[in-house]
Design a protein around this ligand. Structure first.
Ligand code: PEP
Ligand code: MG
Length: 875
């Protein structure tokens, strides 16, 4: 199998084999653009290098040699020849662009003899020895692992001693002297001499680039962007052109549009008398491209024409690397340019409006992360910041605030007008006020569907969870982030889009619904087939959802209405009630509160469906903490305080103990609660229909859908459907009979999926609760798995993705397909949707489209994202 392709043998469609850079170099060669000749070693060769235990096979070595011979013919010079030496660059080029993650070596082919040849050929000794120094330094760093600063320090010292301001002023003699020093450095640090054999140089460089696929930063980058680890990198070997040949030479980078705003203008930087990485390395401050127009107008015009031509050819904004050698322009690379979210949307819409791309293409150009960034305050991606630690990117956006170690502190500081960052080991529903008060949340434990994550996403608050490097010393009121120690009250910033954590304040940019974004979303709406609903628990959530384009509420978790400070005591007493009578009277107090929420929500959702789920979580989630109660009691006893209060506390403790379960998530919750304590559901249903009646009286169109959670048997749904119908008819009476409503069920217990046909007999709709369905199908606790073992499963590739984040199509997905098919057999018009956290994930939305669901429901701030993903699912 062929492992080496000359540029003229490939094209852009061979990206998988040739990598992005290699494919595009081949494409540009075919277009007749000024590309220095070269060849690409395939990603397959990289894979086989790893399979061989880090060896280049004899076949590969001879193919490389053959390609070098072809290059020699074109360039009319010889690799290793003392008079007419061929010099090459060796660069990585992965399939998915990973800017700056892997290595590059320039000027390969220089040795003590060829350097003299180069000097004669170019009539410049200083140029030739500058190139040689660069080679030794890059080779030293990349092949031999010698720290780069050891080389640059020597150059800086030399310049200091001889009073040179820039590299350009360094004399030939000084470069020669530096060559010697660099060689010595190589010998000292690696024990070997810098190789004079150019074939050995090349083989070692190719191996080093292959190895760099697995360096630490590349691995981290791949993990962050879900790039497969087995993709491998290609290697591009290309004849050198020199930007360091004096004032008529240079090197630069050019974007065909502004990468931060998307504006249609050439945007770039260059350096005179410079090579390769000099521009991006940021050692010298580059000049703006406008200066090139003044200094070398003919080169600028040529460059502008090529850039526009490339953009038209690729029909996307390009990021182009170029080199000018003695006023002759060469292109070294083109790729679709990285851009901010704002630019991405503007460019896609502009290209569509200019007739360059179809609406389907415009929509498919937007990637998930872009919409996240646009709809949340975010840390500018162009900012170069060093993170202290990283966790799971649980809820997108950037935030900064004073570290507060508990919800009470967070609330108190917020009340004083501070911005706070809630930092805790984990969060429970009781901390909701702390999350509300905070700008963002950072937790040490818990995964993407942990409480903190779900709640933060719902509120549009940035959240990083499962940050393993975080430990909290609650006594000392300090936190450890890796080796860093921070005090409560210090400022901390998080980026919930990348999962990174930073010390101090970081600059944030505000979200914006630009005209371009609205246009893009409307294009998506024209394409998509799935309806997009929102998971909204409050009137405010409902309003935001609607503003962001939700076509209904797919999940209103009514228990979230119970958590507010004003209501929790009544809810707790109701749960702890020792008799039905007591409970009924407490429920009566709760009913108007719940009703008023529903009234407001119906108003907001006028004309759109609103899926209201009856109480679901295990009751202990509402109850006060036993340890705290015990502590309170002990203190009271020690102080000999109020005996009535002591009795009350004791009763409460005993009652809570009696209600405790070993496996609450598999215990008394969902419809089981509704069957055990029908009066609770009764109250909730009554509140819904009273609110519906009032809304209708105010001229609002209501479309209530009552949803029963955690059904595993048709009998459960049958029983509770009767309850809904009974209460509805009582509340609505004859006068409001025209209010139509639906009754449906969550499919979140595997047995419900299996028995879907029979369950459908009692259901108007199915909503897949994929959080619980994943939990119960895998048998993994959704609250613990991510912190305990899931990460090592992912590291060991036992699982290819986190199933709480990305729907497990093989397992959970099969249950869904089965349930949809059986349900529709029974009821052709059965509505089907998904309302777990997966509703906000692209690949899961794709699966929903494929499975023929009617809708997906996600958190309000995720709605625009889901609109775009649903459109992409059709394309
Ligand atoms: C689910 O289980 O997927 C679901 C939506 O319900 P909850 O997350 O409230 O358990
Ligand atoms: Mg559930």
């Amino acid at each position: 199998e062929k492992q080496v392709y000359l540029f003229e043998e490939g094209n852009a469609s061979m990206v998988k084999l040739l990598g992005g850079k290699g494919g595009n170099l081949a494409e540009m060669t075919a277009l007749g653009l000024p590309i220095p000749p070269g060849f690409t070693i395939t990603t397959d060769a990289c894979k086989s290098y790893y399979k061989q235990g880090g060896r280049l096979t004899a076949e590969l070595q001879s193919e490389i040699k053959g390609a070098i011979v072809a290059l020699e013919k074109v360039k009319d010079c010889r690799f290793g020849d003392a008079n007419q030496p061929l010099l090459v660059s060796v660069r990585s080029g992965s399939v998915t662009s990973m800017p700056g993650m892997m290595d590059t070596i320039l000027n390969l082919g220089l040795n003590d003899e060829t350097v003299a040849g180069l000097a004669r050929q170019t009539a410049s000794e200083s140029f030739a020895y500058d190139c040689y120094c660069r080679l030794i330094a890059m080779y030293g760093q990349i092949v031999l692992g010698i720290p780069g600063f050891l080389f640059s320090r020597q150059l800086e010292n030399l310049k200091l001693h001889s009073g040179r301001e820039s590299d350009g002023e360094v004399s030939a003699g000084e470069w020669k002297q530096l060559t010697g020093a660099y060689k010595l450095l190589v010998k000292e640090h690696s024990g070997i001499d810098f190789p004079q054999d150019v074939d050995q140089q090349l083989n070692m460089a190719v191996k080093a680039v292959f190895r760099s696929w697995n360096n630490a930063r590349a691995k981290v980058y791949r993990k962050l962007y879900s790039i497969p680890h087995d993709q491998g990198t290609a290697v591009n070997v290309q004849a050198m052109v020199f930007g360091n040949r004096g004032e008529d030479s240079g090197t630069g980078v050019l974007f065909t549009r502004n990468p931060s705003t998307g504006a249609k203008e050439l945007y770039g930087e260059y350096l005179i008398h410079a090579q390769g990485e000099d521009v991006v390395a940021g050692i010298r401050t580059p000049r703006r491209l406008t200066e090139l127009r003044e200094n070398m107008p003919e080169v600028y015009d040529h460059l502008a024409a090529l850039a526009n031509g490339l953009e038209a050819h690729y029909r996307d904004m390009q990021d182009i690397e170029f080199t000018i050698e003695n006023r002759t322009l060469y292109l070294l690379q083109t790729r679709s340019g990285k851009r901010t979210a704002q630019a991405a949307v503007k460019i896609a819409v502009d290209l569509y409006e200019d007739g360059m791309i179809l609406k389907e293409e415009a929509v498919s150009r937007i990637d998930a992360g872009h919409l996240d960034q646009l709809l949340h305050r975010s840390i500018s991606p162009l900012e170069e910041l060093k993170p202290l630690a990283a966790g799971l990117p649980a809820s997108p956006g950037g935030a900064s605030g004073m570290i507060a170690l508990d919800a009470e502190t967070a609330e108190a500081w917020k009340r004083k007008g501070n911005q706070v960052m809630l930092v805790s080991t984990e969060t429970s529903p009781e901390d909701i006020h702390g999350i509300l008060a905070a700008e963002g949340v950072l937790t040490a434990r818990g995964g993407m569907t942990s409480h903190a994550a779900v709640v933060a996403r719902g509120m549009g608050k940035p959240c990083v969870c499962g940050c393993e490097e975080l430990t909290i010393d609650a006594d000392q009121r300090i936190i450890y982030l890796g080796e860093n120690i921070l005090k409560e009250g210090d400022i901390l910033s998080i980026d919930g889009t990348s999962g990174r954590v930073y010390a101090g304040n970081v600059p944030l940019s505000d979200p914006e619904m630009t005209p371009e974004l609205l246009k893009l979303l409307s294009l998506a709406d024209e394409i998509r087939e799935l309806k997009i609903y929102a998971n909204a628990d409050t009137p405010q959530d409902a309003r935001i959802s609607r503003e962001l384009g939700a076509e209904g509420i797919g999940l209103c978790r009514t228990e979230h209405m119970f958590f507010s400070a004003a209501r929790l005591p009544a809810v707790q007493s109701m749960i702890l009630a020792e008799s039905r009578e007591e409970r009924l009277s407490l429920l009566e107090r709760i009913l108007p509160m719940q009703q008023s929420d529903f009234e407001d929500m119906f108003m907001e959702m006028d004309g759109l469906p609103m899926t209201i789920r009856l109480l679901d979580p295990p009751l202990h989630e509402f109850l006060p903490n036993l340890e705290q109660l015990g502590e309170q009691l002990r203190r009271l006893q020690l102080a000999g305080g109020d005996s009535e209060e002591q009795k009350r506390l004791k009763r409460m403790i005993a009652r809570i103990r009696s209600m405790q379960e070993k496996n609450p998530m598999l215990g008394l919750r969902g419809c089981r609660l509704g069957i055990q304590f029908p009066e609770i559901y009764d109250m909730q249903i009554e509140a819904v229909f009273r609110a519906a009646k009032l809304a209708v009286q105010r001229g609002i169109e209501v479309r209530p859908e009552i949803m029963i959670p955690l059904v595993g048997d048709p009998g459960e749904l049958k029983e509770l459907r009767m309850l809904v119908d009974k209460v509805a008819s009582e509340v609505l009476g004859e006068a409001f009979k025209s209010i139509t409503y639906g009754v449906g069920t969550m499919i979140e217990v595997p047995r419900a999926a299996v028995l879907a046909g029979r369950i459908a007999e009692h259901a108007d709709f199915f909503s897949f609760g994929t959080n619980d369905l994943t939990q119960m199908t895998f048998g993994y606790s959704r609250d613990d798995a991510e912190g305990k073992f899931l990460n090592s499963y992912l590291d060991k590739n036992i699982l290819s993705g986190n199933p709480f984040q990305i729907l497990d199509q093989e397992g959970v997905g099969k249950l869904m397909e089965w349930a949809v098919a059986r349900g529709r057999e029974k009821k052709p018009f059965l509505q089907t949707g998904l309302c777990g956290e997966h509703g906000g994930d692209q690949s899961s939305i794709f699966f929903c489209q494929q499975t023929g669901l009617d809708y997906v429901s996600c958190s309000p701030y995720r709605v625009p994202y889901a609109r775009v993903a649903a459109a992409q699912a059709v394309i």
